[in-house]
Design a binder for this molecule. Structure first.
Ligand SMILES: Nc1ncnc2c1ncn2[C@@H]1O[C@H](COP(=O)(O)OP(=O)(O)OP(=O)(O)O)[C@@H](O)[C@H]1O
Ligand SMILES: [Mg+2]
Length: 255
């Protein structure tokens, strides 16, 4: 049985040294929605590797498959075929309950459409992973307040989602995704609904988490400013990777 003090994937990864494994590795990842004549394949045999500690921008036109890919990496959805390994663990082999634990303890997911729980306040939405694990200590409460403050939302802690603007909800969703310092942060257009100033606050926070404790970040974005702050860019078109490269921000600045 797993305890709160034990990393959640230890049981599934046995004695493998997960630190040496890539954060994400997919092989022939395919997602088809529906079946028969109406079936639509939004990802075609995508194989890619993301080393630990990278900050990756996922680019591509609307409908190119960015959200589909993030949902598969984030164990929110299951592929039609192919495999996804996160820190060496093949997500396709896990039960729904095991996936839920990985989502809660090791991943941080910022959805394109927030997915805040409407009956919980902003504070409680952020605290969800710890409430579920019964580990919401006084110290962690203080951490949540500090993060709210950092995101300019100190006075909104007791508000419910429908009392917040879209941009405020987006920042709460980000806070919920990162509060437990996940090793892999998946962000689906985290700056999409924000003004330039709020967008920068979000990007600054993601960059800081990436630098501070080596979080791997995969961020779908349409923003060229956001993409330029990443180490690497993966370009999708019609469900396929058409370009990927380790162009660093520094190199880009010289272009
Ligand atoms: N549940 C579904 N059923 C059928 N088709 C779907 C479903 N979800 C997504 N699709 C289709 O899969 C394709 C990829 O969608 P996806 O949401 O991954 O695109 P995206 O790159 O995230 O676009 P955007 O930039 O607009 O968010 C689209 O053509 C979309 O219509
Ligand atoms: Mg999308």
């Amino acid at each position: 049985m797993m305890t709160n003090t034990m990393p959640s994937m230890t049981a599934e990864t046995h004695s493998t040294d997960t630190a040496a494994l890539p954060m994400v590795a997919t092989a022939n990842l395919t997602k088809t929605y529906g079946s028969g004549p109406g079936a639509f394949t939004s990802l075609h045999e995508v194989s890619m590797t993301i080393p630990r500690g990278r900050f990756v921008a996922l680019l591509g036109r609307s409908g190119s498959g960015k959200s589909t890919l993030l949902n598969l990496l984030g164990a929110v959805d299951r592929p039609t075929s192919g495999s996804i390994r996160v820190a060496g663990t093949d997500l396709t082999q896990l039960s729904d309950a095991q996936l839920a634990l990985i989502r809660r303890r090791r991943l941080g997911f910022v959805f394109q459409s927030f997915h805040l729980l409407p009956d919980l306040t902003a504070f409680d939405n952020i605290a969800v992973p710890w409430v579920l694990d019964r580990t919401l200590t006084g110290e962690r409460r203080a951490e949540i307040h500090a993060l709210l403050d950092r995101l300019g939302l100190a006075d909104k802690a007791r508000r419910y989602p429908d009392e917040l603007s879209g941009g405020e909800q987006q920042r709460i969703a980000l806070a919920r995704a990162v509060i437990h310092r996940p090793e892999l942060i998946l962000a689906d257009e985290p700056t999409g609904n924000l003004d330039a100033q709020s967008g920068r606050i979000i990007l600054d926070l993601l960059v800081e988490l990436h630098r501070e404790y080596g979080a791997t970040v995969v961020m779908a974005t349409h923003s060229s400013e956001a993409a330029e702050r990443c180490d690497e860019r993966i370009l999708l078109a019609d469900g396929r990777i058409v370009d990927s490269g380790g162009t660093t921000c520094g190199e880009r600045a010289d272009l």
